[in-house]
Design a protein around this ligand. Structure first.
Ligand code: NIG
Ligand code: FE
Length: 400
């Protein structure tokens, strides 16, 4: 049994998994750790006698927190879209660029020509940057291959990243867009994905993916086509995460609830019925405010209404080359507070506890007993500074 006590902490900040939206702040805290798990938290003055002889780790007067969990990323892709971004700055809409064959399809071209080694190298650089900013676990999607072999190479790259020790959950997203080979035939493509590609990818990479996703949007896939793919996924043991109601209302949130999905994501145009359905069925709404910012949209997701409807809202980066080239969890937190009108405690819970819950990880996103002891140390007077010093750079220290 390996035991230690983390002492000399300015404070401890953690959501409480037993109470909705409650964030505990313990000044002068100590954390007792046994075999990599949190065994006890409280004030140093109240450390139980049983821990008196355990080896001490010095926290250096920092605030200790759990790591951030990012439950929606498109980690792996080739190329970038800085030129397209500049066209948007000159007034060309995102939807027009997509209609002209750019957008997601531009990244698909670059991803199809990338080798597995190139994808892994790019993925590691991005994961390192996220880790240095406090992210300890992510969800990561395929979806820039849009053909079986290219989607398969993305799975191979994720397998390699996991083997290198990166903590990530994989989501299959071959229905991220309609590939040029199937232009005008989303029906035929959605059948191919449901009937052949998902089973084949699961067969080639057993146990790799836990989820599947579909971009349900006007001009992309309909709710019916999404339902077909998600049902095929369910039969293969993949739970649904849905790109839903991002640019218009399509009923994606309602579909996620109907299917008992893990999450519905984006939701700028979510209906009130969709919010109620998600609350009732335990679907996590995952809001992606850096996407709203980067697309220059005015329609921020209705976080307050969702919270009032009883939803356990989570926040994520949506890291991708087109609508959110952002690896910074603190920008997501800041926009959660400043644009989605969440309190600091709500936005923080959304990026830790609720993000982890959407990925079925009760051991992440908090520091109550039983949690994984992947702790971060922050040299701040108070964690509120992350948002208050709005352009500030904050990097946590880790113990290993
Ligand atoms: O989550 N909405 C679909 N997918 C991405 C955008 C992808 C891209 O523009 O490359 C998103 O916003
Ligand atoms: Fe996305």
């Amino acid at each position: 049994m390996r035991r230690s006590v983390l002492k000399n902490l300015r404070g401890l900040l953690t959501p409480d998994p037993r109470k909705a939206w409650v964030v505990d702040r313990i000044p002068g805290a100590a954390v007792a750790v046994e075999d990599g798990r949190v065994a006890w938290i409280g004030t140093e003055a109240h450390l139980p006698a049983a821990w008196a002889d355990a080896p001490v780790v010095d926290g250096g007067d920092a605030w200790v927190t759990p790591g951030f969990v990012d439950p929606h990323t498109h980690l792996l892709f080739g190329g970038d879209r800085s030129q397209e971004f500049n066209r948007r700055l000159h007034g060309v809409p995102y939807t027009q660029i997509a209609a002209e064959g750019g957008g997601i399809r531009e990244t698909v071209r670059a991803t199809r020509t990338a080798t597995v080694a190139e994808l892994v190298a790019a993925g590691e650089a991005r994961l390192r940057e996220m880790r240095d900013r406090g992210v300890v676990h992510i969800e990561a999607k395929t979806g820039y291959g849009l053909e079986l072999e290219a989607e398969s190479r993305l799975c191979e790259a994720y397998l390699e990243l996991k083997a290198k020790g990166w903590s990530l959950d994989v989501t299959l997203l071959p229905a991220h867009d309609i590939p040029t080979e199937f232009a005008g035939d989303p029906e035929g493509y959605s059948r191919l994905v449901a009937e052949q590609w998902l089973p084949e990818l699961v067969h080639r990479f057993p146990g790799l993916a836990r989820y599947c996703d579909v971009f349900i949007e006007t001009g992309v896939f309909t709710v019916e086509q999404g339902r077909r793919i998600f049902q095929a996924g369910k039969a293969l043991g993949l739970q649904a995460r849905v790109h839903a109601d991002e640019l218009s209302w399509t009923g994606g949130a309602e579909l996620a609830a109907e299917l008992g999905g893990a999450s519905a994501d984006h939701l700028m145009f979510c209906s009130e019925a969709g919010m109620k359905a998600m609350a009732a069925s335990g679907v996590t709404p995952i809001l992606l405010p850096t996407t709203t910012l980067f697309l220059g949209m005015r329609d921020w997701a209705p976080a307050r209404k969702m919270i009032e409807s009883g939803c356990r809202v989570a926040l994520a980066s949506d890291f991708n080359p087109g609508s959110s080239p952002c690896l910074d969890p603190l920008l997501v937190l800041r926009l959660g507070c400043l644009q989605l009108r969440m309190t600091f405690e709500e936005a923080y819970t959304a990026m830790t506890l609720h993000a982890a819950q959407s990925l079925g990880r009760p051991d992440l996103g908090h520091l109550h007993p039983g949690a994984e002891a992947t702790v971060l140390l922050w040299d701040v007077k108070d964690p509120l500074e992350w948002v208050y010093w709005v352009g500030g750079t904050f990097r946590p220290r880790t113990l290993n």
